[in-house]
Design a protein around this ligand. Structure first.
Ligand code: NDP
Length: 501
């Protein structure tokens, strides 16, 4: 099924200005199946000239898109949502093939993605400015207007979800998009650009160039680009922010995380373990909000560790295309090597390996895949590397805490501030912890839930800005103030007028 979608991508092509375009350079990127290393596709590594041509197309598209009524933009976005829904199964299979994520996960995620297009299409039509009568006979008005060309630079872990989140807000705001997907998962973005053409989007509204980090940097520097919206690692975020600062353009940065999960002794053990498993090992632990630092009340600590070991060992790791598979590989050989390096360091620093730590034994062709066993370390102290650094794989730590205060102190002992989880039956404790734990997205008695209405974004090393909700729409627009004198006579200051300001 997914092969049929792959075949819709012509060789050596980018998609901008409403059509497939041959890339000018010769450099190529091989896209591999992380479960087998099989080469699935070859896409161009766009060069400066390609980026310049795509940026021009996006600027020209902006002139048309921004002039459309919000209702017409919304109509086209809803048509695109319908196309995505009709091809959901193929898209899920493609995403699973390219990212290695289990097909069950991709189907569940894919089913919700059109909701982002529909939600932003709807709220943009309900966007209202404000008007006030103010002192001295004036009326003030606010106007919202689009910014221009939005550069969308995306990661590989949820290629379509992250792209559609960003694209929906940018398009509904009246901006056009110049997209650079991750080199590791670039194909679905190209396909989506062609579906936008099919949906009837004017040329130049959705433009995709593939490439590596250098292509992303060239996009940020393109003079036609008016804002940058990145999902990626913190180091990339700093580089992108530096270019944006130089150019004085807005930058939204959705970066890394190291989510703490506080588990209290009043939660049934079965539920606490099921919740921990879901937080930690969905997407093989490769999400920015993956639960990675479990802070567990010392009253249930050993029972929780034993229960997590049992459930982690029951996770079925293997061929991502099979519905009975729970967990696939990590994205690349480099990612697998990073996981094993963290495992070795945790052992050397004295953490207790509870389960995992190796590469699962699988039959060919999966013996060549980037598989890492679900790995749990207990007795991890906050000063250890595993507690502090993002692994971005299925390797988690468990730490006992003796009080709420200690849970908060440990949770906040991190340069990140993105996701966090709190598991307790005590409503007061839930709110106390939610107020004290420093994170931009906090779940109580659940994890990973994401909705177009629920704002998303982190602090500190986890980035700046918000996705989802009105915040996302408005931050992708310029808000202007218009001040109208309604008083009949001008108060002539230089002729002795009374007022200033
Ligand atoms: P990267 O930072 O490696 O890449 C993100 C995107 O930026 C890619 O398209 C990448 O291109 C591009 N890029 C790389 N270098 C530059 C540069 N100098 N200038 C401009 N663009 C550049 O992240 P990953 O793709 O590896 O994604 C994993 C990271 O994303 C993790 O840290 C994770 O926590 C974070 N993330 C954050 C989320 C959030 O909502 N806060 C959600 C999901 C992930 P290429 O890959 O082709 O080199």
């Amino acid at each position: 099924m997914s092969e049929s979608l792959l075949k819709t991508v012509p060789a050596n092509s980018l998609h901008y200005g409403g059509q497939w375009r041959k890339a000018r350079g010769r450099s190529k990127i091989l896209v591999r199946n992380p479960a087998t290393q099989e080469v699935l596709a070859e896409v161009p590594a766009a060069e400066e000239e390609d980026v310049a041509a795509a940026a021009t197309a996006a600027r020209e598209g902006f002139a048309v898109w921004a002039s459309l009524d919000a209702a017409e933009r919304a109509r086209l976005m809803v048509v695109l949502a319908g196309i995505m829904r009709a091809r959901m199964d193929d898209l899920a299979a493609l995403e699973s093939l390219v990212t290695g994520r289990a097909i069950r996960e991709m189907r569940a995620q894919m089913g919700r993605i059109p909701e982002w297009l529909e939600y932003f299409a709807a709220i943009a039509q309900g966007l209202e400015g404000e008007s006030n009568r103010v002192k001295g006979g004036f009326v003030t008005l606010t106007h919202y207007e689009p910014i221009g060309v939005a550069a969308l630079l995306t990661s590989w872990n949820h290629p379509i979800l992250i792209l559609v989140k960003k694209m929906s807000a940018a398009l509904a705001a009246g901006n056009t998009c110049l997209i650079k997907p991750s080199e590791l998962a670039p194909v679905s973005a190209l396909i989506l650009a062609d579906w936008c053409r099919e949906a009837g989007f004017p040329p130049g509204v959705v433009n995709v160039v593939t490439g590596e980090g250098a292509t992303g940097a060239a996009i940020c520097r393109a003079p036609d680009v008016g804002m940058v919206d990145l999902t990626g690692g913190t180091a990339t975020g700093r580089k992108v922010a530096a270019i944006a600062a130089e150019r004085l353009i807005p930058a939204m940065l959705e970066l890394g995380g190291k989510a703490p999960i506080v588990i209290w002794d009043d939660v049934p053990l079965e539920e606490a373990t099921a919740g921990a498993l879901f937080a930690a090992f969905v997407a093989s632990g490769q999400t920015c909000v993956s639960g990675t630092r479990f802070l567990v009340s010392d009253k249930i600590y050993e029972a929780f560790v034993a229960s997590l070991k049992k459930r982690a060992e029951a996770i079925r790791v293997g061929d991502p295309s099979q519905t009975e598979t729970d967990m696939g590989p990590v994205i690349s050989q480099a990612s697998a090597a990073r996981c094993h390096e963290h495992i070795a360091t945790a052992l050397a620093e004295g953490a207790r390996l509870v389960t995992g730590g190796g590469k699962p034994v699988l039959a060919a062709p999966f013996d060549s895949g980037n598989f890492v066993e679900p790995t749990v370390f207990a007795d991890v102290r906050p000063e250890m590397r595993l507690f502090q650094e993002e692994v971005f794989g299925p390797v988690v730590s468990v730490t006992p805490v003796k009080s709420e205060e200690e849970a908060v102190q440990f949770a906040n002992n991190s340069p990140f501030g993105l996701g966090a989880g709190i598991w307790t039956r005590d409503v007061g404790r839930a709110h106390r912890l939610a107020s004290a734990v420093r994170a931009g997205v906090i779940w109580i008695n659940d994890h990973h839930k994401n909705d177009p209405r629920s704002i998303w974004g982190g602090f500190q090393d986890s980035g700046l800005g918000k996705e989802n909700g009105w915040d996302a729409l408005k931050s992708r627009m310029r808000k202007r103030s218009v001040i109208v004198r309604t008083a009949p006579n001008f108060d002539d200051w230089f002729a002795g007028g009374a007022r200033y300001g």
